[in-house]
Ligand binder design. Sequence first.
Ligand code: BTN
Length: 124
Amino acid sequence: SPAELLLGEWVNDLKSHVVINSTEGATIRGLYQTIVGASKKKWVPLIGFVNPTNKDSPTFVFGIQWEDIGAASCTGFVGQYFHTDRGEELRTNWLLRRSSNRKDDWQATLVGVNIFKRVSTRQT
Ligand code: BTN
């Protein structure tokens, strides 16, 4: 299934690692390790969905809450899988919501781009 294209380990431009461990229908589950931000080198659970409509290049969304590394923030990633001449890529945009008080709402949200490249071979 298109969701299975995401299975395996990926690394982004910040050297963060993502492992997508399982798919169940359109649902994906995995672990995220970031070396930037609150604390380092812990694997934090993620959950998301793949839209299988574009079978060769599906879109997806996944979310992470960072309690396990001592942060009060959440990040949502949305992206698309591509198989290009440079290999497989997950091209994503993310929003990070920091915990803030209401008067600091204007500075509570970070936005960015991350490109993930496959590190391990896809499971079949
Ligand atoms: C935090 O510091 O609030 C928790 C860690 C956040 C890490 C962010 S999520 C978006 C960006 N992409 C990464 O791989 N790491 C940072």
